[in-house]
Design a protein around this ligand. Structure first.
Ligand code: 291
Ligand code: CA
Ligand code: CA
Length: 163
């Protein structure tokens, strides 16, 4: 009989497989949305290409800033292109406060790396920078004009995270 056609093992297996596939793509969508919401909850995000940069006006030294972004599920902003640099600059201008980038030369003086790992490609140094003033500037701040300065890691700076 017709009614029995759809409860045979083969049909059920196929239907389960289809459902598993659909469930997985739904889960992927939910995960992505959830990540975006977490980031947006951090407030005032501006989306550029695949990256979301976000700040809420809070500030901290480099170590605190790094830990804050990590706790929020991201890391400190690290511009790899001029448009990303511009997106971060907009946030800096909104709060009128310079911010640390996820770039430092702690490991080897003069060799700046993203997240202490990969040597940087794109740069936007202010004239004369980096100069390692006093031999103690291993962090990088972005000024309101978008230019970068190597700076002591102990200053209070606007926290801008990247997700
Ligand atoms: C000068 C430049 C920068 C340097 C900065 C700090 C200031 O910019 O020489 O390369 O990073 O001074 O040394 O440090 C303190 N403690 O004032 C000044 C700002 C435009
Ligand atoms: Ca340095
Ligand atoms: Ca400097």
């Amino acid at each position: 009989p017709k009614a029995e056609c759809c409860v045979t093992g083969k049909h059920l297996q196929n239907q389960i497989r289809n459902l598993q596939g659909q469930l997985k793509s739904l889960q992927d969508i939910i995960n992505k949305k959830h990540k975006g919401k977490t980031a947006k909850d951090f407030i005032n995000g501006s989306q550029i290409s695949e990256k979301l940069f976000a700040a809420n006006g809070s500030a901290g030294d480099y170590k605190t800033s790094k830990a804050t972004c990590s706790r929020a599920g991201g890391h400190l902003a690290s511009p790899r292109t001029s448009s990303e640099n511009g997106a971060i600059q907009q946030i800096i201008q909104r709060y009128n406060k310079a911010a640390y980038l996820d770039i430092n030369d702690m490991e080897t003086e003069g060799i700046f790396k993203y997240q202490s790992m990969e040597v940087i490609g794109y740069v936007n140094w202010a004239p004369g920078e980096p100069n390692d003033t006093g031999g103690g500037e291993d962090c990088v701040e972005m000024y309101t004009d978008g230019r970068w300065n190597d700076r002591s890691c102990e200053e209070e700076r606007l926290i801008i995270c990247e997700f």
